[in-house]
Ligand binder design. Structure first.
Ligand code: 4GS
Length: 265
């Protein structure tokens, strides 16, 4: 997969290309990564890429001509590329979109600066608008890195294990199960026995329960919209019965005989 980033700050990407999984993916030619400096496509002598906003106000806007020229240059190089503008106006990035983008052969990522890019860049030259979240950055560069990072680790052969990305949090709509490594006891807290038992099937069950519990406690919204499988339903029903039992004996002990949360009055 090939990524071309259009930016006025290409130097920001050097350390990103140079570390960890991204670096290894480049070395193994799983991805090809490059930047185009938008400034190089400004034909004015001082290579200005921003200008004052029509209608007044303090902010500057990214000029359309250099940006359009840069996008066309990237397109010339890879006619099939999917062209993405990073902007808070875009659809909000998630694991599903990471999967979707991983299917493209070539991605062009356009990074805005200042208040944003001239509106006339959107319709003609951009295929897709993506936001990495509902907050305002000083530029699209970090957003581009987030996307490249999440997409790269979806590509076969970029992570340690064969299908490591398939075991991810979110791959099946749940948060990750709890993880432990040595030492076996840390500050009086021991690793759960089951993980030391060597019983592969029981460990898998424990991990599923852990993932379900963490998702219920921390991100119930994910569970609400998830397409639950029979095993997951069985676990949730087991917990539900347990909670009902606890409440039943509580109500029994406190002399309440009516069902539910209705109050006697
Ligand atoms: C985002 C975002 C962003 C918007 C860039 C103001 C400079 C800035 N880009 N997801 N102009 N959130 N971009 O805040 O992608």
């Amino acid at each position: 997969m090939k990524f071309v980033v259009l930016t006025i700050f290409p130097e920001m990407f050097a350390p990103f290309w140079d570390h960890g999984i991204i670096r290894r993916a480049i070395e193994k030619e799983k991805i090809f990564a490059s930047t185009l400096n938008i400034r190089d496509f400004a034909d004015n002598r001082h290579q200005v890429t921003d200008d004052r906003t029509y209608g007044g106000g303090s902010g500057m806007v990214m000029k359309p001509e250099p940006l359009a020229a840069a996008i066309r240059a990237a397109e010339q190089e890879m006619p099939s590329a999917h062209k993405v503008l990073l902007t808070p106006q875009g659809r909000v990035f998630n694991q599903k979109i990471a999967h979707e983008l991983a299917l493209y052969k070539n991605l062009v990522l356009v990074c805005g600066r200042y208040e944003g890019v001239d509106e006339r860049i959107n319709s003609e030259l951009i295929d897709d608008e993506i936001s990495i979240g509902d907050y305002v950055l000083t530029g699209g560069e970090l957003a581009a890195m987030v996307i490249i990072d999440a997409v790269t680790r979806q590509l076969p052969g970029t992570l340690g294990g064969e299908d490591a990305a398939k075991k991810d949090s979110f791959a099946d709509g749940l948060l990750e199960h709890a993880h432990y490594t040595r030492p076996q006891v840390f500050e009086d807290e021991a690793v759960p026995d089951i993980l030391l038992s060597g019983h592969h099937e029981e460990i898998e069950n424990w991990r599923l329960e852990s993932a379900l519990m963490r998702t219920l406690m921390k991100r119930a919204d994910l569970l609400q919209k998830k397409d639950l499988n029979p095993k997951e339903i069985e676990i949730l029903e087991k917990w539900s019965r347990r909670i009902e039992d606890i409440l039943k004996s509580y109500h029994r002990a406190h002399g309440e005989h009516r069902e539910g949360a209705e109050k006697k009055s």
